[in-house]
Design a binder for this molecule. Structure first.
Ligand SMILES: Cc1cc2nc3c(=O)[nH]c(=O)nc-3n(C[C@H](O)[C@H](O)[C@H](O)COP(=O)(O)O)c2cc1C
Length: 153
């Protein structure tokens, strides 16, 4: 079975770090959304889809990759994200529903905290240094679980 990871990481590269570690563990490529065509993504047996959480949602452009798929025939997808707040998986919901409607099967979800900087009477940063080594190890563990379930090569 083959796998590809598609991600958007537009704030600090937090999700890119996670995407690359998951890819390394699975032995597949991690590609920015802009580098992948729908046909290319659909060639793989498993697609990992990740992004930061932006305004309570995964990056909306990820949906475009799959919008012309009417029936994915049970193709396996896993979702991952980084977010400023805990429990970021709840923000996967919209993309998850969108994919399930097209007959993709969600085989796993991962989220960890990510550093976030914003201006509020000066520059503020929350979750500095996240994802950290512990987060990355959790991401690797998640990838190993995915691998066990799918026999990736
Ligand atoms: C425009 C913007 C909106 C964001 N909205 C949320 C949000 O609604 N909830 C949340 O938990 N984090 C939010 N964040 C924080 C990001 O999810 C977090 O910093 C993430 O790790 C960014 O990942 P990236 O570096 O891969 O883009 C937001 C960040 C930005 C820049």
């Amino acid at each position: 079975m083959s796998c590809v990871i598609v991600f958007v990481s537009r704030h600090k590269g937090n999700t890119k770090k996670v995407a690359e570690e998951i890819a390394k563990t699975l032995g597949c490529e991690a590609k920015e959304l802009t580098e992948v065509t729908p046909d290319e993504a659909m060639k793989h047996d498993v697609i990992g889809v990740g992004s930061g959480i932006y305004a309570f949602s995964m990056d909306k452009r990820l949906k475009r990759l799959f919008e012309n798929v009417k029936d994915a025939g049970g193709k396996k997808v896993f979702l991952f994200s980084t977010s400023a707040g805990p429990d970021g998986k709840k923000y996967h919901k919209s993309l998850k529903k969108f994919l399930q409607k097209r007959n993709f099967v969600i085989i796993g979800e991962f989220n960890c905290l990510g550093e976030y900087s914003f201006w509020f009477f000066g520059r503020r940063t929350i979750n500095p240094g996240r994802p950290n080594e512990e987060d990355i190890e959790r991401a690797r563990e998640f990838a190993r679980e995915i691998q066990k379930g799918c026999t990736l090569s």
